[in-house]
Design a binder for this molecule. Structure first.
Ligand code: HEC
Ligand code: HEC
Ligand code: HEC
Ligand code: HEC
Ligand code: HEC
Length: 234
């Protein structure tokens, strides 16, 4: 995770990427205009880790807690609106309920042990960008990009699974045309939300109408900025 690094140590590529340095320098000089060319060359692999769904120490289910019980993402992932990272909840958040609910369940053994010892549950990270790419949750969540655009229907997952490649090409697809994804800010954690159709309108056109409105209202940066190397490699 690259969350707590200072800006100066973020733009570090793996050694094997060194042969690309001349391209990088040309691109940095040319700015956003050249970015589509670079991506056109097939820079990024695009199936990175899709389908990855590691087993967790406690069989926690989003389908049950979000889909059925109706908990909001921010009840547990408390930092998404304020920080670059999305905090995984501490044991105490679970104990708010599980000190009484299913307090003898063997499936909760690792949770209860954590509660006794004070050692956190060792959750296995599902999504993981390389450190040289900078990502920030609050920058997206506060601009009307829903969790569903990047994580899929987590509210239907018994086990969290990575559904998007998280490749550079994938990031850029949206950065070039964010209106395909933007929604009202109060719907960001409502994964089932769909735009209300006007008469005769298709779903796609309704999304574009609302997305363009939001883009204007929230003063979303232009394409040159959104695709410039230093936006994500800083
Ligand atoms: C009751 C607490 C709780 C709620 C509510 C909750 N989550 Fe989670 N979430 C967790 C826990 C615990 C984990 C770590 C274990 C796991 O991956 O299943 C997690 C993991 C995740 C991950 C994977 C993190 C990684 O390692 O890459 C994503 C993505 C995620 N949650 C999204 C959401 C979204 C979107 C919502 C709302 C629709 C939501 N969560 C609501 C507790 C919660
Ligand atoms: C708002 C209350 C609430 C919170 C907070 C909560 N749970 Fe639950 N949890 C429930 C309820 C209700 C059930 C279903 C109990 C049943 O089926 O009888 C449940 C069931 C479970 C089960 C299945 C237990 C079994 O015996 O099958 C697991 C595992 C679980 N929760 C883990 C967690 C973890 C881990 C957290 C914290 C990240 C958490 N829960 C937070 C209310 C909560
Ligand atoms: C624009 C895409 C995008 C959106 C929107 C988004 N995420 Fe993420 N999420 C990511 C990426 C990329 C990572 C991996 C970050 C890393 O490894 O540095 C991630 C990681 C996570 C993690 C693991 C902890 C972390 O920060 O690495 C959780 C939990 C999570 N997201 C929950 C959420 C929730 C809840 C929402 C909605 C409120 C949300 N995400 C919205 C792309 C997104
Ligand atoms: C579904 C659309 C979408 C996806 C996917 C997406 N982004 Fe974004 N991103 C946005 C929007 C919208 C903004 C807000 C731009 C603004 O504030 O003007 C943003 C802002 C950012 C910012 C902050 C820019 C700034 O300086 O304010 C960074 C950094 C960023 N994105 C990185 C990434 C990375 C890295 C990925 C891929 C792992 C990614 N994004 C995937 C839509 C997306
Ligand atoms: C919207 C965010 C974003 C922008 C803008 C961006 N990148 Fe990336 N870049 C990423 C992400 C995310 C990765 C990591 C993908 C992965 O896991 O392989 C990456 C990976 C790379 C890599 C490593 C090799 C590879 O393909 O995985 C290089 C080199 C690179 N970027 C160069 C650039 C250059 C040059 C520019 C400007 C033309 C640029 N990037 C603009 C997000 C971005």
């Amino acid at each position: 995770m690259s969350h707590d690094q200072t800006p100066s140590d973020k733009f570090v590529f793996p050694r094997w990427a060194n042969y690309l340095l001349p391209v990088i320098i040309v691109c940095a000089a040319g700015g956003g205009a050249i970015a589509p060319v670079v991506v056109g060359l097939g820079f990024s692999a695009n199936t990175l880790n899709v389908g990855y769904a590691p087993e967790q120490p406690v069989p926690y289910s989003h389908a049950l807690h979000v889909g059925e019980l109706g908990l909001d993402c921010r009840y547990c992932h408390t930092t998404v609106e304020d920080a670059s990272f999305a905090a995984i909840p501490p044991t105490q958040t679970c104990m708010n309920c599980h000190s009484a609910i299913r307090s003898d369940s063997p499936r909760l053994e690792a949770l209860f042990k954590s509660n006794e010892t004070g050692e956190p549950v060792e959750w296995v990270k599902v999504h993981d960008l390389p450190d040289y790419a900078y990502f920030n949750h609050s920058a997206h969540v506060n601009k009307g990009v829903s969790c569903v655009s990047c994580h899929g229907r987590v509210d239907k997952m018994t086990v969290v699974q990575q559904v998007k490649p998280l490749s550079m090409g994938w990031c850029l697809d949206c950065h070039r045309a964010p209106e395909k994804h933007l929604r009202p800010l109060d719907k960001v954690t409502d994964l089932a939300w769909e735009p209300t159709l006007m008469e005769g309108e298709t779903l796609e056109n309704a999304q574009l109408r609302i997305g363009r409105e939001q883009k204007k209202k929230l003063l979303i940066n232009d394409e040159a900025y959104m695709t410039s190397c230093s936006t994500c490699h800083r």
